[in-house]
Design a protein around this ligand. Structure first.
Ligand code: SF4
Length: 494
């Protein structure tokens, strides 16, 4: 499977010729023919809207063919599965990249009216060759530098300078193109089971969705409802307004408290501001709050095993700050001072690494024989199951990709568990964050997703990887999880 780069024009060809290590072919237009297999079409294009500037990069998500026969099949649409991977690589080079459909026409479209007609179809750029060269297997990538826009058309002073600048920008894309070529190849993908959303996250998201349906926008949400950028962006588009603190919420408004739970002081502040509160705290986090309150009521010190800067831990401490001491790891547990070792208990953050937390608890038990603990483990079922799943796939993979946000504790732990099993692991928000260099040489890739990461991110990643070559997909682990939590009464009762 040899990747090839096509440039339709001589100027494009000369811009890249001495910069690329990947085979480069100048195609021209009249003899251009569709090619199956990994193909990257590089060149210049015209933008269809003015929010795209000369020098910006277009990476096509699909190619739409508007040429008339005999030069092409008008109406043919070709998907570009690897677009997000290429776009991410170009962004990491500091370029402004726009992802969207590109349309191929049989003549140069320069008028504002012509561009507006094409933009109305949802396309973002126009060229005259991509559809002629692209095969139907989804493995074509189109990288085009914008030369002209509706406000700065081809027939306008300054065009030659813009053309020169665009070709210079095209030269700068060479490292990303070579990285794409090195990543090309077929792969085995092993999906961890279970992965992605847990019951607490599903409940929190559905709470905001139902609140939007029932009470209308805006629905205020304190902090990220769950720690995932995609979830937050999606709810924001639908009318949720995320705030850091309740003083940013207008008096009397509706506010949803996030899945990680809050300190009682936050609830008091909500009362003072006459806010209508819907509590989306995960019931398993609420259980830990309850344990801490119980210890405090018996005047017992609680050692809370967790990360002190995590929102869940901050909320839990707030239940009884004078009774809680944080330890993060076994080393902390070795040195922690307890005022009365006869009256000590422990609780845990729900999203810790299972093995490290067990070690920390073991140190505490050794040092404080009177230590009491929760009846069932505080690390939740979703965290334990996902860690067991990723350990299983890590052992058989060259690379593990964990989908999740950097501020998601359970997602970070998944990457750490895979690394501890001896396999390189990366935590990325989506396929666009995946560095192509990592894929070169990784033939068998394990994939999982944190409890706050939407399942469609996994589907998108598989699709992107299939843009580099044929993929086989299998699943390993124990997929069944049947935990469900009832929704808060404010959004569930008629
Ligand atoms: Fe609840 Fe566990 Fe999901 Fe956190 S990861 S929301 S504690 S089920």
């Amino acid at each position: 499977m040899t990747p090839v780069v096509y440039t339709p024009l001589y100027a494009e060809y000369f811009a890249l010729r001495d910069k690329l290590t990947t085979p480069l072919i100048r195609t021209g237009r009249s003899r251009a023919r569709p090619t199956q297999g990994p193909t990257l079409i590089a060149g210049v294009a015209g933008a269809l809207t003015n929010d795209i500037a000369p020098g910006d990069i277009i990476v096509a998500t699909e190619i739409r063919h508007l040429s008339r026969p005999p030069q092409g099949e008008a109406g043919r649409v070709v998907a570009c599965f690897g677009a997000a991977l290429a776009a991410g690589e170009l962004r990491r080079l500091g370029m402004t990249v726009h992802l969207g459909p590109i349309v191929t026409t049989d003549h140069v479209v320069d008028s504002a009216e012509g561009r507006a007609m094409l933009a109305a179809t949802g396309a973002i750029a126009v060229d005259t060759e991509s559809a002629l060269l692209a095969g139907d297997d989804g493995r074509t990538v189109v990288v085009r530098v914008v030369v002209d826009t509706p406000a700065l058309p081809l027939r306008r002073v300054g065009m030659p300078a813009r053309g020169v600048k665009a070709l210079a920008r095209l030269r700068r894309t060479a490292p990303a193109i070579d990285a794409w070529a090195k990543a090309v190849g077929g792969r085995e993908l092993v999906l961890a089971a279970p992965r992605s959303f847990c019951a607490g996250v599903e409940r929190a998201i559905e709470t905001v969705e139902r609140a939007l349906e029932r009470f209308g926008a805006p629905v205020y949400v304190r902090r990220q409802i769950v720690h995932n950028r995609h979830v937050v962006n999606d709810l924001e588009r639908r009318g949720a307004v995320f705030v850091d603190e309740l003083d940013a919420v207008p008096e009397g408004s509706l506010v949803v408290l996030a899945a990680h739970g809050v300190a009682p002081a936050v609830r008091r502040q909500a009362d003072e501001r006459h806010l209508r509160v819907i509590d989306a705290t995960c019931p398993l986090v609420a259980k830990v709050h309850h344990e801490v309150r119980r210890y405090a009521a018996r005047d017992t010190t609680v050692v809370l095993i967790g990360h002190p800067d995590h929102e869940e831990v901050i909320g839990t401490i707030g239940e009884a700050p004078e009774h809680v001491i944080i330890v993060s790891n076994p080393a902390d547990a070795e040195t922690v001072h307890i005022p009365d070792p006869a009256k000590v208990g422990y609780a845990m953050q729900t999203t810790l690494a299972v093995e490290e937390a067990a070690e920390t608890a073991a140190v505490l038990r050794r040092r404080f024989p009177a230590l009491t603990g929760p009846r069932t483990d505080d690390i939740c079922y979703a965290t334990s199951n996902r860690q067991a799943g990723v350990r299983e796939i890590a052992e058989q993979s060259d690379l593990v990709i964990v989908l999740g946000s950097q501020n998601s504790s359970n997602s970070k732990r998944l990457a750490e568990v895979a690394e501890a099993a001896g396999t390189r692991a990366v935590l990325v928000d989506d396929a666009g964050e995946l560095e192509l260099d990592l894929l070169a040489g990784a033939q068998r890739i394990g994939i999982t997703a944190g409890a706050s990461a939407p399942p469609e991110l996994v589907d998108n990643l598989i699709r992107c990887l299939s843009g580099l070559g044929p993929v086989s997909v299998t699943e390993d682990g124990t997929p069944t999880e049947d935990v469900r939590f009832a929704l808060p009464k404010e959004v569930s009762q008629p």
